[in-house]
Design a protein around this ligand. Structure first.
Ligand SMILES: *[C@@H]1O[C@H](CO)[C@@H](O)[C@H](O)[C@H]1NC(C)=O
Ligand SMILES: *[C@@H]1O[C@H](CO)[C@@H](O)[C@H](O)[C@H]1NC(C)=O
Ligand SMILES: *[C@@H]1O[C@H](CO)[C@@H](O)[C@H](O)[C@H]1NC(C)=O
Ligand SMILES: *[C@@H]1O[C@H](CO)[C@@H](O)[C@H](O)[C@H]1NC(C)=O
Ligand SMILES: *[C@@H]1O[C@H](CO)[C@@H](O)[C@H](O)[C@H]1NC(C)=O
Ligand SMILES: *[C@@H]1O[C@H](CO)[C@@H](O)[C@H](O)[C@H]1NC(C)=O
Length: 667
């Protein structure tokens, strides 16, 4: 008996538990959806952490979730529900379209349209009484067709997308008593309360940020008779949809009750929302990218310009040159001094290179800049040392070398500028007789050149050979004083060449005959050229291609010697002088010219002697008679060369400096 009693008890307990189960359908709660048995369709999905995702950002899609069994509403249709949601827009503040809490007679929304239809209706069934759909929409796009008030509102819908009543998403903060707007697509979790009192026929809808208490005053509160809309048995759930723009719609928890207030959430166990990856605003991103590209481009252009400029003004400077830094000019200065080596600044060009007039930017001094092309690095050190030491040469009849600059394959020499140009210009090429130098000026010039050569040969600390004495290498200052230029430059061509063969440097017509045999320049070879120079100045004729009185092709030295032999050396004097000269001086100069240009080097005087003869401090002996004999041998061999270089002389006759220089290898 006791056992049957127990059995009765047991069966009663069993009955009670079944009742409880049945009662469960009148209320349920999901604090997260982990393992929940729900009806899902479309994009809807439950994540492993319990987060329910209604839609992702795929466009023109929808997703639904429903409690799998229908709920049985009593005659009053009263219910209470609450849920937590969040919306993640794909474009900041411009997501679409929204989500809705739904009570529906069916879970089948296959024919429903996404976007503004929220996955609830389509064009044909919108507004039909037969739908039996009640919804509370959370709409993030304003749609004029359905009378939407804005793009961020809450509305109550019955069988239609045109809300019966709606309001912008907001809540009244109970503490501050102020109305606060909520941005639905703010990626923040929000809680919603929907309560329907079927007796009072009163529908209340409230929304607030998560963890806020339920606002005392609902956002929407309206009288509704849902008797005919809601049936006894209804499905409850959610719909979310996306359009051209999209939101990720998330549900974190859901509570439902037909018997009094829906249960509150345990916030501690709600699933976390996805981390907000700071999406950069497209326009901002574009702007930033553009700015970065622009800046990079500027940097690039500046870099290229800098490199080009560096390349343009690039110099060669080796460590050993540091000791000559005071003699060094920067290429940049020389470049700007000559206006970029403009043709208009060109003073002349010839064998050694081009000469430009320049105005140094810092000191405003006028200079002549010679660009000598030179490829050899070998021997450069010695040469620069020499150039710099020559910069220390000081003589009133020498052109002052101011300094140098080196670039790849190029050497630039900076000299004092001589405004009156070179002697050969006034001697041979000026048609203006008024600027033709007088005899006393010529004597002064010849004495000046002689004294400069004496200084180079004997008076300086080392012997410097000029190696290219000629009228075109003698420049004139404003007072018609002679300034010998271009000394020592020939050495550049010695250094770095094959040591077994020495280049002969100089100008045809001024080359001593022994040079073609020995190839070795000596003070005597300078004296030879000086002799030719004296005859040039006295006769006013260039030393080659000369027609004598009989119309024969002769050279200057031969002609003067012939006339001297005939006892009438004065007839060779420059007719442009018009006879205004002192006979003794003219004869002295012509005889000294012949002496100096003697084919035998040992017969030529030294520069010291030559100066003494010119100063009349010593008496010049007679011209040696073996002059003639010698000439037929060595001399012709040497002078014969001249015939093949007329054009070169033609060009170089215009030069400011010398540069009739012709190089040939010594034999
Ligand atoms: C959204 O989800 C669907 C189905 O799960 C998937 O095919 C699609 O690639 C997803 N779209 C995006 C943008 O993640
Ligand atoms: C609209 O939906 C209803 C059912 O919900 C369906 O019968 C009808 O064919 C749909 N209309 C269109 C145009 O899809
Ligand atoms: C609806 O809100 C009003 C206040 O606006 C309140 O008096 C009423 O009790 C609420 N009803 C329900 C069912 O929450
Ligand atoms: C509610 O609607 C039903 C059916 O449409 C009707 O029978 C009932 O009288 C209405 N109740 C109120 C209070 O209006
Ligand atoms: C319907 O349910 C509510 C509670 O949810 C209750 O107050 C009401 O009395 C019920 N009405 C009927 C007719 O069962
Ligand atoms: C030399 O320069 C001076 C002054 O600059 C000038 O008066 C004179 O005419 C010039 N002579 C020649 C030959 O150019």
């Amino acid at each position: 008996m006791a056992e049957s009693h127990l059995l009765q008890h047991l069966s009663f307990l069993l009955f009670l538990s079944v009742l409880t189960f049945a009662q469960n359908e009148t209320h349920f709660i999901y604090n997260g959806f982990k393992g929940a048995n729900l009806h899902l369709d479309g994009l809807a999905d439950i994540r492993s952490n319990g987060l329910l995702q209604l839609t992702n950002t795929s466009q023109q899609q929808s997703g639904h979730v429903f409690y799998p069994q229908p709920v049985k509403l009593n005659a009053t249709r009263s219910f209470s529900t609450s849920f937590v949601f969040a919306m993640y827009p794909d474009i900041e503040a411009h997501g679409g379209h929204g989500l809705a809490f739904v009570i529906s007679s069916s879970m089948n929304f296959d024919h429903a349209v996404p976007a503004e239809y929220l996955g609830l209706f389509n064009t044909t069934n919108n507004n039909l009484q037969s739908n039996h759909i009640f919804a509370v929409e959370f709409d993030t796009v304003q749609n004029a067709v359905f009378g939407d008030i804005d793009g961020n509102h809450v509305g109550i819908d019955i069988n239609s997308l045109t809300s019966i009543v709606s309001a912008s998403a907001a809540y009244i903060d109970d503490k501050e008593q102020t109305n606060k707007t909520l941005e639905l697509t703010s990626r923040k979790a929000m809680q919603v309360w929907i309560d329907y009192d079927g007796d009072e026929k009163l529908m209340n809808v409230s929304i607030a940020p998560l963890k806020n208490s339920k606002p005392t005053k609902p956002l929407l509160s309206t009288h509704l008779n849902l008797s005919s809309v809601l049936l006894n048995s209804m499905f409850v759930g959610f719909s979310g949809s996306t359009g051209i723009t999209a939101n990720e719609h998330y549900l974190l928890g859901w509570s439902w009750s037909q018997i009094g207030q829906a249960q509150g959430f345990n916030f501690d166990v709600l699933p976390p929302l996805p981390k907000v990856i700071k999406q950069k605003r497209n326009l901002e991103t574009l702007l930033i990218v553009l700015i970065v590209v622009f800046v990079l481009l500027l940097v690039l252009i500046a870099g290229v310009a800098y490199l080009l400029r560096r390349k343009m003004f690039e110099e060669v400077k080796e460590p050993w040159e540091n000791e000559y830094s005071s003699h060094r000019f920067s290429f940049k200065d020389l470049y700007f001094a000559t206006k970029g080596f403009k043709d208009s600044e060109l003073l002349g060009s010839g064998g050694f290179g081009k000469v430009y007039k320049g105005l140094l930017p810092n000191t405003e001094t006028q200079v002549a800049i010679k660009r000598v092309s030179h490829d050899s690095r070998q021997g450069m050190r010695e040469f620069v040392a020499e150039i710099v030491s020559m910069g220390r040469l000081r003589h009133r009849n020498l052109i002052q070398l101011l300094g140098y600059c080196r670039r790849k394959g190029e050497l630039l020499l900076v000299y004092d500028y001589m405004p009156n140009g070179s002697l050969d210009k006034v001697l041979f090429r000026s048609s203006d007789f008024s600027c033709n130098p007088s005899w006393s000026q010529r004597m002064n010039i010849m004495k000046g050149v002689a004294s400069a050569l004496l200084y180079l040969h004997e008076e300086w600390e080392q012997v410097v050979l000029h190696r290219d004495v000629k009228a075109s290498n003698v420049l004139l200052d404003a007072d018609m004083n002679a300034k010998l230029g271009d000394f020592g430059l020939a050495r550049l061509y010695d250094h770095g060449s094959n040591p077994r063969s020495t280049n002969i440097v100089g100008t045809v017509g001024y080359l001593a005959p022994e040079l073609s045999i020995t190839g070795k320049p000596t003070p005597a070879t300078d004296v030879f050229a000086f002799g030719v120079f004296l005859l040039e100045v006295a006769c006013g004729k260039q030393p080659f291609r000369l027609l004598n009185f009989d119309g024969e092709d002769m050279i200057l030295v031969e002609w003067v010697f012939d006339c001297w032999k005939k006892g009438d050396v004065l007839q060779t004097s420059d007719p442009k002088l018009g006879g205004y000269y002192i006979d003794e001086e003219m004869e002295l100069v012509l005889k000294l010219g012949l002496h100096c240009s003697h084919p035998k080097p040992e017969i030529r005087p030294t520069m010291r002697q030559a100066v003494q003869f010119l100063q009349k401090d010593a008496v010049l002996p007679d011209v040696p008679s073996d002059y003639d004999l010698e000439r037929n041998g060595l001399f012709d061999d040497c002078w014969g060369v001249s015939a093949s270089f007329p054009s070169s002389f033609q060009v170089s006759a215009n030069t400011f400096f010398t540069d009739n220089s012709i190089r040939h290898h010594g034999r």
